[in-house]
Design a binder for this molecule. Structure first.
Ligand code: GRF
Length: 195
């Protein structure tokens, strides 16, 4: 039996993707486990979801750091202290600086609610809807120095229906996210074993 890949999950909000990952990790043969969850929001439900399952949940307060780089240094240090093998961004609402990116080359991934390279940025669901697209979806990608620009690992499509609202469409996209993200993490975790 191989050693399991240790995940560090970064989340600012609800944490429904975190929940899906935690659920997948309970599978006997799933090759990864969540070693730590870090948030930039003290009250993030994601942190509560972590601690409820005995996973360490850590709040790093951005107000204590004068620059983005200083915050990212603390974030990097914390992830290194926990010796994570793979960093998983799940609704982490900060742009990461090169300090962080260079510390985890090809070891940090993100999920985005659009079919990248279309509709990067914070309003991806709304942007696809407004543009009159017939479909959108979600994308898992490695992070790099751009905003939602890193190499794409996998995508899932979601149709845009007549009378869709941002909320309804986002909910349908999230359902796909909750299936896609644990699958991609599993594939990557298996590759990390082979290192
Ligand atoms: C997801 O829709 C993800 O694509 C985006 O942020 C949202 C996070 O949702 N990056 P949750 O906190 O996992 O529910």
């Amino acid at each position: 039996m191989h050693k399991k890949t240790k995940l560090g999950v970064l989340a600012s909000g609800k944490g429904t993707n975190l929940e899906a990952i935690l659920k997948a990790c309970k599978g006997k043969d799933y090759p990864a486990y969540v070693g730590v969850v870090i948030s930039d929001q003290k009250e993030a439900p994601a942190l509560q979801k972590a601690t409820a399952q005995d996973v360490p949940g850590i709040f790093i307060d951005p107000k204590l750091y004068e620059t983005r780089e200083a915050f990212d240094q603390m974030l990097t240090l914390t992830l290194k202290q926990y010796q994570v093998d793979l960093v998983v961004l799940a609704g982490f609402m900060r742009i990461l600086s090169p300090v962080f990116i260079h510390a985890f080359p090809k070891k940090a991934i993100n999920i985005h609610p659009a079919l990248l390279p279309k509709y990067p940025g914070q309003h991806a669901v709304q942007d696809a809807l407004k543009a009159g697209e017939k479909k959108t979806g979600c994308t898992v990608h490695f992070i790099d120095e751009g905003i939602d620009t890193g190499p794409i690992l996998a995508q899932a499509e979601v149709p845009i229906l007549e009378n869709d609202t941002v909320e309804k469409l986002h909910a349908r996209i999230q359902k796909e996210e909750h299936a896609l993200y644990p699958k991609v993490i599993s594939d990557l975790a298996k590759k990390i074993f082979e290192r």
